[in-house]
Design a protein. Structure first.
Length: 260
């Protein structure tokens, strides 16, 4: 797997305050999945680039060979889930998403993609064995999201959540008012109608990223947390950082990172 250069190393100097310094908007490394190959030799494990690594893959850019190789990286359960999709577009998005996750974890840990020690955490709602995916090994947290043509993966040494979504329709915005904090609903109502779709979508991805980072997902009422509708996200809790992510037009994305 090859990738674009992820930019300057976001390392934290020893004298810096506890919260890592992140740009106001983050730019992910764009992945080329053409190098994915089952059984390929993996490099030695490396350290995480603190405090966050963020990757983007575009489903529509993958040709038939890349999609076939990506599918070969999935385990039996993932292949079964992929095969259950009726629409080829949805199936390809699922395959690319999970192959991307396995690919970046494989390169980080120095473990073949098919042998990664993945597990499911207990469900935040019922405690069943179908919660968010995680690694059995300690020290690496990750989050995966895909929507439409985009896939995003975040890696960090502390709990992290990432979310990407296509822009919400006007009908979706009206139907989701109850999911907003009261202050967010008031902010949205003050905007011109043509600005509400973008504002709602960036608010929603911020909420989803934070709730994924917490490990609750939508089991926790998204209306409880204020993340803001404006160009800069609000901090939902003192021990968390929330940032918007630069993505192609027609989408919005955000990442939430626990600071310790």
């Amino acid at each position: 797997m090859s990738e674009s250069r992820p930019g300057p190393l976001l390392a934290r100097p020893a004298h810096a305050p506890p919260a890592p310094a992140l740009p106001e908007r983050l730019c992910p490394a764009v992945l080329d999945l053409s190098g994915l190959r089952s059984g390929a030799r993996v490099p030695r494990p490396r350290a995480l680039r603190r405090p966050l690594e963020l990757y983007l893959a575009e489903v529509g850019r993958q040709d038939g060979v890349a999609l076939r190789r990506a599918r070969e990286l999935l385990d039996a359960e993932e292949r079964a889930r992929a095969g259950a999709f009726h629409r080829p577009r949805d199936r390809d998005a699922y395959v690319v998403a999970h192959a991307t996750l396995r690919g970046v974890l494989s390169l980080l840990l120095g473990i073949p993609a098919g042998e990664l020690p993945l597990m499911r955490e207990p469900c935040a709602g019922c405690g069943g064995p179908h919660g968010r995916p995680a690694l059995r090994t300690s020290g690496v947290h990750f989050s995966l999201s895909h929507s439409g043509d985009l896939v995003m993966v975040a890696l960090a040494p502390t709990p992290v959540g990432v979310d990407v979504e296509g822009l919400a329709t006007a009908q979706a915005v009206l139907g989701a008012q109850s999911a907003l904090h009261v202050a967010e609903a008031a902010e949205l109502a003050r905007l011109p109608a043509h600005e509400r779709s973008a504002a709602f979508t960036r608010t929603w991805v911020r909420k989803e990223a934070y709730l994924k980072g917490l490990g609750t997902g939508l089991v926790r009422d998204p209306a409880l947390d204020y993340v803001g509708t404006g160009p800069r996200p609000a901090v939902p809790a003192p021990e968390w950082i929330l940032r918007d992510v630069l993505v192609p037009a027609g989408y919005a994305a955000a990442v939430a990172l626990r600071t310790g």
